[in-house]
Every structure is written in structure tokens, then in C-alpha cells.
Design a protein around this ligand. Structure first.
Ligand code: UD1
Ligand code: CA
Length: 457
């Protein structure tokens, strides 16, 4: 339906009002860059025909979206939204679009419905230039929509002069435009920066289109808060809260039981199966998936992790790039770092840290342990206080433990080292040599009980 509509997202600004060195469009909302929300909404209309204008922190923005390489247009100096459009124009023309949907990059609440509805309406009105307006009690820094007998125009807040433009109506410009490319090609070179900001404004195209006899459509969407931009930390936080509440609400529809929902934070790519139970406060971000009937306790933080069905994550656990098999129990107070893989029914208890290690089926590491660069065979018991000494100051080394071994408490396994299947390690050992299958290894000072010369009085 929108086959020849290209997309252009304006994302070159720094976002001065955010008071951060990070480009505004990269600021995270539920663990994802703000720009990713805009791109997702835009893709629902423009599919893969989306170009992004970058400028401030261009390299950082590009690196955050490597899959879009080839679709970036660099605006070296940020001379305004009209200049951003001018910079991208040759690329849009070369792509052969008839129309372009132009979006400010700071509108994370945009939805498919809003954009598809707007574009359909703009097309129905055969507009050369269309934009979305909304109503605000306090128009703040937004561009004001002025509807005069000669036609509609947008006057930026800094340039608004009541004596000239009349009392502000509260109707403002949302920052979403639909442009007929042939008209933009004609008018964009005529943009001027003689205004209070000294910038080229995309919004000037509205009045210019009317003056040149074109069709303008100002499409009013009432008080839809999803059309608000993010310009300050407060607005970022408010947008995040709106998205959060919506995502949690959608979980109920999918059959997830969410307790303390106000304190559950879930990113937009997180997939949670029906029958899962989760209790806030907890946070799940990135490419995380939670299998059916799993339980996620309170004060849990999870990112980019796969949780299989029926597993249980107990309170205060931290999981980053981990995989948890079916029926596993993790925590309370466990930490699974990148590459931690727990096979079915494994158990990782309190104050246990696992990094880049595979724990076989039914492995138990219940207390106070560090397992790094390790492979632990099925059925093995790792005693309290076991440490894999995987780092010699320069390199990381592997520890391999066979099936059904028993590692006594407070054992140091100095890698590289291999412990055989069914081996037994005496508590307090420092293991520096391989232990064969079935062997008992004890590597500690022998206990001597000696009579004291002066017994305690
Ligand atoms: C803009 C509109 C204003 C509207 C508001 C809605 C203009 C002149 N004004 O104001 O009418 O009410 O959005 O939020 O357009 N950008 C570039 N290159 C630049 C300047 C900006 O790519 O040289 C990008 C920014 O990264 C941002 C977007 O354009 O994503 C809008 O810029 P911003 O400075 O936030 O414009 P506003 O002052 O909010
Ligand atoms: Ca803005």
C-alpha cells in the first residue's frame, strides 16, 4: 500500500536539553536506544526503505545499528531540521520515492497505527506536504500551528510573536511530515535561516507549499500523548514509563502473571511465554526469552538471556547473556555472566558466579563459588567456596570436570586442569594437577595436633 513511500528519520541533533554527551537518539528506553523505537514504527509503513540522518556522535549512532549501514546520511553540521532534509534529499531522489515520511528521531512512543493512519489520510487528501498536529495546554518549545485565512503555517516557539501571530491556540507540530518528493525538491533549496535560531526549519515548507499553490494537510490528532517528543530527562522518563506500562499490560493478555506490575520493567524485544509468573521489582531487557511456567522472583535483573520452561530465578539474581535450562534453580543472589550455560535441572545457589561455563544436567553449585571457563559434567556436586583459578594474570585457562564428581568445599582448581569423572576432591584442596577418573585427590597441609606448651588459662 505504501510501496513508494520512503522513510527519513532525523537523528543528527545532540539533544542539548538532555544534558548528556550521548547522542539523544541513543539514550536508552527500557534497555533499547530511543531511535530503535522510531525505526520500528517507521518500518511498519516504510519497511526497509528507511534512511537516517546522523551528525552529532554519528559514528556511535551507526555502530549501534550496524544492520542499517548504507542507509545513513551524515549531516556534518547541524544547521536545522530543514538542512537535515536537504542533506538527505539527493539520496531520497536517487531511490526514486514518490513520497517521504519524515520523522523526528526523538519520538519513541510512535506506533504503526499512528503512522499508517497519518500516511493514508495524507494520501487521501493528495497532500504535497502533510504534518501531524496535537493539542497541548502548555505548548512549551514546540512549533505552533497557525491557521490563518491565507492557510496554515508552523511558527517555531522562539519566533512566535503574539502581536503578529495572535494568541497561541495550543495546537502544535508533532514532528511527523509526509512530503511529495518532487515538491520538496523544488522548495527545500529555497529554505532560509533568517529566524531566531539561525537554523533551516523543515517546518517552513508548510507555508512555502501553500504559497506556491500546493496542497497542505494539517492532520490534527487531538491530545494523543504518543506524539510527544523527548527533549529532557523528565520527558524521557515519562515516555519510558508509558512504554513500560503498555508492555506489562500486554503480558497479561499473553497469560503471564505479573505481580507488583508497577515495578516490572520489560524491554520491547523480551518474549515471555504464557504461564510464567514474575514478581516486581524486576528488569528483563534485550533479547531475553522466558519459557512456559518459569518463575522470575523479585529484584532480578536479566539481559540477553534464555530461560527454559519451568526454571526458577530466585530473588536478587543477575543474569547477562546466560542460558538457563529447564527446571533449573538459580539464586537467590546468583550471578550468571556471559556464556553461562546451565543444562536441565542444574542448581546455582547464593553468591555463586558463573562465567563462560557449561554446567551439565543436575550439577549443583549451591554456595559461594566462582566457575569461569569451566565445563562441569552432569551430576557433579561443586562444594561451597569452590573457585576456578582461571586467570594467570595474562591468559584465561579452562577447567574441565567430569560427570558425577564431588568437589569438596573451599577447593581451588588452578586452571588449566582436568578433574575426572567420579573423582572426589578433599575439602580445602588446591588442585594444580589433573585428577584421573574415580580418584580421590587431597592437596592441603596435613593437620597436626600438638600439645601446647602453655595451655590457655
Ligand atoms: C521540532 C520542530 C517543532 C516541533 C518539534 C516536535 C523544527 C524547526 N521544529 O522542534 O516544530 O514542534 O520538533 O518535537 O523542525 N535534527 C537533525 N539535524 C539538525 C537538527 C535537528 O537531524 O540539524 C534532528 C534531531 O536529532 C531531532 C529532530 O531533528 O531528532 C528534531 O530536532 P529538535 O532539535 O528536537 O527540534 P525541536 O526543537 O524539538
Ligand atoms: Ca524535539
Amino acid at each position: 500500500m505504501f510501496g513508494r513511500v520512503g522513510g527519513l528519520v532525523l537523528a543528527a541533533g545532540k539533544g542539548v536539553r538532555m544534558h548528556s554527551e550521548t547522542p539523544k537518539v541513543l539514550r536508552a528506553i527500557l534497555g533499547e536506544p530511543m531511535l530503535s523505537y522510531v525505526l520500528r514504527a517507521c518500518a511498519s509503513v516504510c519497511e526497509d526503505r528507511i534512511h537516517v540522518v546522523v551528525g552529532y556522535g554519528a559514528d556511535t549512532v551507526r555502530q549501534a545499528f550496524p544492520e542499517r549501514e548504507g542507509r545513513f546520511v551524515v549531516q556534518d553540521r547541524q544547521l536545522g531540521t530543514g538542512h537535515a532534509l536537504a542533506t538527505a534529499l539527493p539520496v531520497l531522489v536517487a531511490a526514486g520515492y514518490e513520497h517521504v515520511l519524515v520523522l523526528n528521531g526523538d519520538m519513541p512512543l510512535l506506533s504503526r497505527e499512528i503512522l499508517a493512519g497519518f500516511v493514508a489520510e495524507a494520501m487521501a487528501q493528495q497532500a504535497d506536504v502533510a504534518f501531524v498536529s496535537i493539542e497541548l495546554d502548555h505548548p512549551g518549545s514546540y512549533g505552533r500551528v497557525v491557521r490563518a485565512s491565507g492557510g496554515v503555517s508552523i511558527v517555531e516557539a522562539k519566533d512566535y510573536d503574539e502581536s503578529r501571530h495572535g494568541a497561541a491556540s495550543g495546537e502544535i507540530n508533532a514532528g511527523i511530515y509526509f512530503l511529495r518528493l518532487s515538491v520538496a525538491q523544488k522548495l527545500v533549496p529555497l529554505l532560509r535561516n533568517e529566524n531566531q535560531s539561525g537554523e533551516f526549519y523543515i517546518t517552513d515548507l508548510v507555508e512555502m507549499t501553500t504559497q506556491s499553490g500546493g496542497v497542505v494537510a494539517a492532520i490534527n490528532r487531538g491530545r494523543d500523548a504518543a506524539l510527544l517528543g523527548v527533549n529532557s530527562p523528565r520527558e524521557l522518563s515519562m515516555a519510558e514509563e508509558t512504554l513500560r506500562a503498555g508492555l506489562v499490560d500486554a503480558l497479561y493478555d499473553q497469560g503471564v502473571l505479573v505481580r507488583n506490575p508497577g515495578q516490572v520493567r520489560v524491554g520491547p524485544r523480551v518474549a515471555i511465554a504464557p504461564g510464567v509468573e514474575m514478581t516486581g521489582p524486576c528488569e528483563l531487557y534485550g533479547d531475553t526469552a522466558v519459557g512456559a511456567k518459569a518463575k522470575v522472583g523479585s529484584h532480578v535483573w536479566i539481559r540477553d538471556s534464555k530461560l527454559a520452561q519451568g526454571c526458577e530465578i530466585l530473588p536478587f539474581s543477575h543474569l547477562d547473556e546466560a542460558q538457563v535450562g529447564p527446571l533449573c534453580k538459580v539464586g537467590p543472589f546468583a550471578r550468571l555472566r556471559a556464556g553461562a550455560v546451565l543444562c536441565e535441572d542444574a542448581r546455582v545457589g547464593n553468591f555463586v558466579e558463573v562465567k563462560k561455563s557449561v554446567l551439565g544436567r543436575g550439577v549443583k553449585a549451591g554456595h559461594l563459588t566462582y566457575l569461569g571457563d569451566a565445563e562441569v559434567g552432569a551430576g557433579t556436586n561443586v562444594g561451597a567456596g569452590t573457585i576456578t583459578c582461571n586467570y594467570d594474570g595474562k591468559n584465561k585457562h579452562a577447567t574441565v570436570i567430569g560427570e558425577n564428581a564431588f568437589i569438596g568445599s573451599n577447593t581451588s582448581l588452578v586452571a588449566p586442569v582436568t578433574i575426572g569423572a567420579d573423582a572426589l576432591i578433599g575439602a580445602g584442596s588446591v588442585i594444580t594437577h589433573d585428577v584421573p577418573d574415580g580418584a580421590l585427590a587431597v592437596a592441603r597441609g596435613r593437620q597436626n595436633n600438638i600439645v601446647r606448651k602453655t595451655p590457655a588459662s
